[in-house]
Ligand binder design. Structure first.
Ligand SMILES: Nc1ncnc2c1ncn2[C@@H]1O[C@H](COP(=O)(O)OP(=O)(O)OP(=O)(O)O)[C@@H](O)[C@H]1O
Ligand SMILES: [Mg+2]
Length: 460
């Protein structure tokens, strides 16, 4: 789309672009440009900078608001560096000064469209990767995840109970949903209940329902989750938190396939598949007497274990791509990918919060990143400082007999000071920069170690 108040310019550009095989629309006013952009998708907007009414910078800003991936090129006769800088800051692809050479504008247009094409291609590739190496909404192609997909396929059409284990944030709920939505029960409800989040005195009525007057406060009857989920799946999340008394009732319901509402008399038939999930070691809970052994065996007919992310780091690039496309779409940001430095830091973190932590890191990065790639500066500071820096890679053989820490650090400091001075050709100010310390601190440390380093060269 060409936006210019000057008719001759509109006509010239329309002819030139048309000759090069582009489809062109021309408008005389910024307001009209925005109206059309709201209605259909444009790859490129070429706009004059100074126009009556809405000017080119305003057009640029508003186009980026509604259509962030549309490239914008500004044209102006009144070139000022400020407006050029302003335009680039607002996300213009480039800036052309009138009078311009046709070839010059052509190259800019070609580059702008090429970049846009790459953005689209990236997005498509990413989507394809995810569908090729994922299962339902699960992403990952590590042997561990492939084994998980296998297990899901094996159990999805059966009625057996499944126990899903794994640290927090490893995707236990996602696996439970995959089992439900790929299986024969998919047209019936999937109901998840977090046993750790419901007060102890309410959990039974939540699961099994109650009749009016069953307890103080039960002013109406209410069906339990096992009734709500009839025909479908119940996910008992954080099962280790279930009170012992409730465990007894749950066991009976699972064994006899019937239960009663609290305060009710008639037996209600249960036709639900039960999936339980926990981030605890349930066998250990059994040993400690906090979890009933008979219920444990009843729930643990088939176990699916999700290993922590740090043990399957080969999944990280795919997961990162997956979350990147998701958040790019959500935040409408024209990002092409993750810079190699940032990727290195992401790969060297050990993710105590697992996949959920990675997702949060990437959401933050997409929201903060001003450029077209996720860079180090958009990652959380604690990640970057603990990441793969030269200092964190330094290793040292610890002596059998132990070490005098202060003396060892002093010796190390002395060596670093000397090496930095050597690298800087004796220029103290430069050496201080190499060591990321102030000039004052440099002088103090040189004094401390009695290192002679010529005159102070503050002027250098
Ligand atoms: N393999 C995966 N592929 C894509 N997204 C994943 C994967 N694993 C986890 N996630 C995402 O990570 C987040 C956490 O997953 P989920 O809630 O399933 O974890 P969880 O194991 O149930 O954690 P918690 O024990 O804390 O409840 C969700 O946003 C989920 O979509
Ligand atoms: Mg969960």
């Amino acid at each position: 789309m060409v936006v210019d108040d000057e008719r001759s310019m509109r006509e010239f550009l329309a002819i030139m672009l048309g000759k090069n095989g582009y489809r062109v629309e021309t408008v005389a006013r910024g307001e009209e440009a925005l109206e059309r952009i709201g209605r259909s998708l444009f790859d490129l907007v070429i706009t004059d900078l100074s126009m009556p009414g809405m000017d080119g910078l305003e057009v640029l800003k508003r186009v980026k608001d509604v259509s962030p991936t549309t490239a914008v090129v500004l044209i102006t006769a009144y070139a000022t560096t400020e407006s050029a800088v302003e335009a680039m800051k607002l996300g213009a692809f480039d800036y052309v000064i009138k009078p311009f050479k046709v070839d010059e504008l052509n190259i800019i247009i070609r580059n702008a469209l090429e970049k846009r094409r790459l953005l689209d291609e990236n997005r498509l590739l990413r989507r394809e990767l995810v569908s090729r190496f994922g299962f339902s909404n699960l992403v990952g192609h590590s042997p561990a995840m492939l084994a998980v997909y296998d297990m899901i396929r094996k159990v999805q059409d059966t009625h057996t109970n499944v126990l899903i284990t794994g640290e927090s944030g490893t995707g236990k709920e996602l696996v439970a949903r995959a089992i439900h939505y790929n299986g024969t029960r998919k047209d019936f409800p999937f109901v998840a209940v977090n046993c750790g989040a419901i007060p102890e005195n309410l959990i039974e009525s939540e699961l099994f329902g109650h009749k009016r007057g069953a307890f103080t406060g039960a002013v109406t009857s209410k069906p339990g989750l096992f009734q709500t989920a009839e025909g479908g799946t119940v996910l008992l999340d954080e099962i280790a938190e279930m009170p012992i008394n409730t465990q007894v009732k749950l066991l009976r319901a699972l064994q006899e396939r019937t239960f009663k509402n609290l305060g009710g008399v008639e037996d209600i038939h249960v036709n639900v598949r039960v999936i339980a999930a926990t981030n605890r070691d349930l066998a250990e809970e059994v040993r400690c007497g906090r979890f009933r052994e008979d219920l444990y065996y009843r729930l643990n007919v088939i176990q699916i274990h999700l290993p922590p992310l740090r043990e399957r780091m080969e999944d990280l690039p795919l997961l990162a791509d997956h979350f990147l496309s998701k958040f790019i779409a959500e935040y409408q940001k024209p990002l092409t990918g993750i810079h190699a430095d940032a990727m290195r830091v992401l790969m060297s973190h050990d993710y105590p919060g697992n996949v959920r932590e990675l997702a949060n890191i990437l959401e933050r990065a997409v929201a903060l990143e001003p450029g077209d790639e996720i860079r180090l500066s958009s990652l959380p500071p604690n990640l970057v400082s603990s990441g793969d820096t030269a200092s964190s890679r330094m290793t040292f053989e610890f002596p059998e007999e132990g070490i005098d820490l202060d003396a060892a650090l002093a010796a190390l400091e002395r060596q670093f000071l000397l090496q930095a001075l050597e690298r800087s050709g004796g220029v103290k100010k430069r050496a201080a920069e190499l060591l990321r310390i102030s000039f004052r601190s440099m002088r103090y440390r040189l004094d401390k170690h009695g290192i002679e380093a010529g005159d102070d060269d503050t002027s250098a």
